[in-house]
Design a protein around this ligand. Structure first.
Ligand SMILES: Cc1ncc(COP(=O)(O)O)c(C=O)c1O
Length: 396
């Protein structure tokens, strides 16, 4: 039977990572990876995570399964983090939450739930979007469409084009919006744009599906949830998938959540049973450790305060690197204006150079990025920033 399966080309990002590993040049720089790195190139374990982990290991008395919906302390903590403790949808009992294996597992669970609710459901993804949205949502059977989002010439969100596309949607169609720190382009919606989008969803009955994988990495934990909170307040139905991979550095622990806002508390009870039933059919029970850590942090004031401090530092570093690389490129008389990079948020931006220039950077200068010219700002550090800037200017 397996002879029907053909050898697949490696995933584009994995392919570039392999080339980087094989490269023997001492000055090589990896701007392709999708994880945070500190100034030494390490992806550290946060101190708040270490402390929570020690508390959990000492107190743990069993390794029996967590429930299908996962760790309830974690789920309640995530709801407060996403919506804010006093949000009316929480008070009204209109939110159903399950812990998920990472944001990716959450996207998969949510997609299956939506397909079950409406087998003809169409979901619109931004062009460009995170490439893994395609399999994670598509394998569940959702019909995938694409809406214009990023204007590559203007280096900004093409809000008018996006809204014009959404104006043509029917009630019940879904739009996937990156909650903040858009991956791959780094260009986010302003608060005024979130408001206009919410108006449109309300008017046309369009359902937002918000992927919030980077809460806390753009402006702050609170500000980055602006769109989630606004839409949940104004609309009857909203899907939110979140991840603790980046903001808590829990990547390999696979920690995320799906929160579904339904139109009434009665409906929410039915949604919750279906969410759990979908999860049961995919992986039965979620993993424990990451959600236990996040739950411990979210429900302990001292640990939360330490986390906020550490996360602020991560965000300050990334935003500082944005300013730094823009300044270094300008200092070298780069024949283009790269100042848009300083206005974008999160780990990623497109440099906006051609595929040929990306390949030259890799082959001649050992500077690695995705072929789309997406860079991870956190791959830049004090030791390599001048070299990176020199190399970019050399290929322009
Ligand atoms: C936009 C977006 N959504 C979701 C995820 C899922 O992350 P994870 O499954 O590691 O929690 C990522 C990870 O890179 C992402 O960039």
């Amino acid at each position: 039977m397996f002879e029907k399966l053909e050898l697949l080309a490696p995933d584009a990002i994995i392919g570039i990572m392999a080339l980087f590993r094989e490269d023997q040049a001492p000055n090589k720089v990896d701007l392709s990876v999708g994880v945070y790195q500190d100034d030494t190139g390490n992806t550290p374990v946060m101190e708040c995570v270490k402390r929570a982990e020690r508390q959990i290991v000492d107190a743990q008395t069993t390794k029996t399964y967590v429930g299908i919906a996962g760790n309830m302390d974690f789920n309640r903590g995530m709801e407060k983090l996403l919506f804010g403790a006093d949000h009316p949808v929480l008070a009204a009992g209109r939110v159903a939450t399950v812990q998920s294996p990472g944001g990716s597992g959450g996207l998969c669970v949510a997609a299956h739930l939506l397909h079950r609710a409406n087998p003809d459901a169409r979901i619109w993804l931004s062009a460009p979007s995170w490439p893994n949205h395609l399999p994670l949502l598509g394998l569940a059977g959702l019909r995938l469409e694409s809406y214009p989002y990023y204007d590559y010439d203007a280096h900004a969100v093409d809000f008018d084009a996006m809204m014009a596309c959404f104006e043509k949607l029917d009630a019940g169609e879904l739009v996937l919006i990156h909650g903040c720190c858009h991956n791959p382009c780094g260009a986010d919606l302003s608060q005024v744009q979130w408001q206009a989008l919410t108006d449109l969803c309300e008017r046309r009955g369009v359902i937002p599906f918000i992927d919030l994988a980077y809460q806390g990495l753009a402006e702050s934990l609170e500000a980055d949830a602006y769109g989630v909170r606004l839409m949940a307040e104004r609309l009857p139905e909203v899907v939110v998938v979140s991840s603790c991979s980046k903001n808590l550095g829990l990547y390999r622990e696979r920690t995320g959540a799906v929160c579904v806002v339904s139109s009434s508390p009665e409906q929410s009870k039915a949604t919750a049973t279906n969410l759990a039933n979908v999860a049961r059919g995919i992986y039965s029970m979620p993993p424990d450790h990451g959600a236990a850590i996040a739950g411990q942090i979210l429900n302990d004031e001292a640990l939360t305060a330490l986390w906020v401090e550490e996360l602020d530092e991560v965000r300050r570093r990334i935003n500082g690197l944005r300013d730094l690389i823009v300044a270094k490129l300008a200092e070298r008389g780069a024949p283009r204006d790269f100042s848009f990079i300083a206005n974008e948020r999160g780990m990623f931006s497109f440099l906006g150079i051609s595929k040929e220039q990306v390949i030259r950077l890799r082959e001649e200068f050992h500077v690695y990025m995705l072929e789309s010219s997406r860079i991870n700002l956190a791959g830049i550090n004090q030791a390599n920033v001048d070299y990176v800037a020199d190399s970019i200017v050399a290929v322009l």
